[in-house]
Design a protein around this ligand. Structure first.
Ligand SMILES: C[S@@+](CC[C@H](N)C(=O)[O-])C[C@H]1O[C@@H](n2cnc3c(N)ncnc32)[C@H](O)[C@@H]1O
Ligand code: SF4
Length: 479
């Protein structure tokens, strides 16, 4: 098959899949203009009510004493056009040093609160922001201070988010060595695109060639490497997007992740993309059809090359390869504790999130208070929805786990909704587990949001067609 024939074939298949998506939109599953809100947590992270550390008063440690750990480093070289995460850009070395000091003090407050000398994680994620944006000396200091508060004896995966630049050059080598020494096993590298024009529109601080060099270097150092891409971005076309994925599969990485561009924020600070787009600095944002077709074309190329979905939107050649942090939190629903600005903690029956403001963070830690500003102990109704939405989105609902988390049988809840979702080929029940079908997985956010309470739906009822899949239908747990 020559390249034109191959492209025509990819387009024809993607178009067929999009026709099915359109049908689902007409049935009420997807909102009027195809916009989406990623289903990340339940209730959605941005919807948690004001609250502080008092809500932990009756908290007890899990029986095995283990927790997954998240640490947030809110600094980046520059602000990428699409990114809605709050953080500081540029040098600001003094602020970074100060922040790391407070981060350790926050951890000490938790150790006191939990009455333990170290936290024993199953997995760790250092995210942001860009943790490796710290200068090598400070980065080494941070890893060593953090390490002294952790018992790594049962830690199966230790992951750090990067932009490619931060592991290039002499400073990059020092950071790679520091990560090896600290026991880090997996690097997530935000490649985002391998097209220089698109990278420029994204305001990324690296070229495609630099991203490839960073990936190779990380692999040479013996890390497991996971790379991330955004589709549906201005400047992306079917042709150049397929070229990007064709290039991605030649890299020696274990995992490739695909993110659909989110233009409107879903609660964090609005990123610059809307303003830049209105001023035409970025070019047109691809429409819903083009974006969903890009997703399908990428999946086809990944499948052709032996990559299959192992956790939602993560494609790997080996089915055991994925983020343990995401799997433990969303599928096993184990306790996880988060530190730093916007850091969140997700426990068996409750959830909290830290302030996103630097001065408030420093002040609360100075006062000896955990910097939690929103917190929620789930109601019985929300607990049931939480035990469905997270594992269904990411892999599958194990009915035995559902019973453990809620005290009731899965087969007694949402019977009418399950019947409709099954009828339209979105969900399947094997007896022991309930999971999304291939089509359901393609529109996973929308299928999972079927189970959100009316108060937490991404869009109002009238933005969905008044069909059998309108998410507000049959929305009580016992319907
Ligand atoms: C919190 S970011 C951290 C990434 C890292 N700092 C970097 O520079 O690549 C995690 C990932 O979310 C994705 N992401 C961030 N903003 C997005 C948006 N508006 N739409 C879609 N994906 C986005 C990107 O792929 C990014 O790599
Ligand atoms: S994508 Fe990464 S580097 Fe870019 S602004 Fe967001 S957190 Fe910072």
């Amino acid at each position: 098959m020559n390249s034109k024939e191959r492209m025509d074939k990819l387009i024809a298949h993607a178009s067929e899949v999009f026709d099915k998506v359109r049908e689902l939109q007409d049935l009420g599953l997807i909102c009027d203009d195809g916009d989406f809100v990623p289903s990340v947590h339940y209730p959605p992270i941005t919807e948690y009510p004001d609250g502080g550390e008092d809500y932990l008063r009756d908290f007890t440690m899990p029986e095995d004493g283990m927790m997954d750990v998240y640490v947030h480093i809110p600094f980046c070289i520059q602000h990428c056009s699409y990114c809605h995460y709050p953080g500081k850009v540029g040098e600001c070395d003094e602020e970074k040093e100060k922040y790391i000091g407070y981060l350790m003090r926050e951890m000490d407050l938790y150790l006191d609160r939990f009455q333990i000398s170290k936290i024993k994680p199953r997995s760790i994620l250092l995210g942001g922001g860009t943790p490796t944006d710290l200068k090598p000396d400070l980065f080494e200091h941070f890893l060593s201070e953090l390490g002294s508060r952790l018992d790594l004896s049962a830690c199966r995966q230790y992951n750090v988010d990067h932009d490619p630049n931060s592991i290039l050059g002499d400073d990059g080598i020092r950071r790679l060595e520091a990560m090896k020494k600290a026991g880090i096993t997996r690097l997530t590298i935000g490649v985002q695109s391998l097209n220089d024009d698109v990278l420029k529109r994204m305001n990324r601080p690296h070229s495609a060639a630099e991203a490839e060099e960073a990936v190779r270097r990380a692999v040479d150092y013996g890390f497991d490497v996971n790379i991330e891409f955004i589709y549906g971005y201005p400047g992306e076309t079917f042709e150049n997007w397929v070229e990007v994925i064709d290039r991605a599969v030649t890299l020696p990485v274990g995992e490739i992740q695909l993110y659909r561009l989110k233009v409107q924020t879903y609660g964090d600070a609005q990123g610059p993309i809307n303003r830049l787009h209105r001023g035409s600095a970025l070019g047109d944002i691809p429409d819903f059809r083009t974006t969903m077709m890009m997703k399908q074309m990428a999946i086809d190329v990944l499948n052709e090359n032996g990559y299959h979905e192992t956790l939602r939107r993560v494609y790997a050649k080996d089915k055991r390869v994925f983020s343990h942090y995401a799997y433990n939190q969303c599928c096993n629903q184990y306790d996880q504790v988060g530190f730093g600005i916007t850091g969140f903690s997700s426990y068996r029956d409750r959830f909290d999130i830290n302030t996103q403001y630097f001065p408030q963070y420093y002040q609360m830690v100075d006062e000896g208070r955990l910097p939690i500003t929103r917190a929620y102990k789930r109601s019985a109704d929300d607990q049931i929805r939480w035990a469905i939405v997270l594992p269904l989105k990411n892999r599958d609902i194990r009915k035995a786990d559902f019973r453990k988390h809620t005290g009731i049988e899965f087969d007694t809840v949402f019977r009418k909704k399950m019947e409709i979702l099954t009828k339209y080929g979105l969900i399947e029940d094997t007896g022991k587990v309930v999971r999304l079908t291939e089509l359901g997985g393609f529109v996973a956010d929308e299928v999972c949001e079927q189970f959100n309470g009316d108060n937490f739906k991404p869009f109002p009822r009238e933005r969905y067609a008044d069909g059998p899949l309108n998410p507000y239908n049959f929305n009580r747990v016992l319907d």
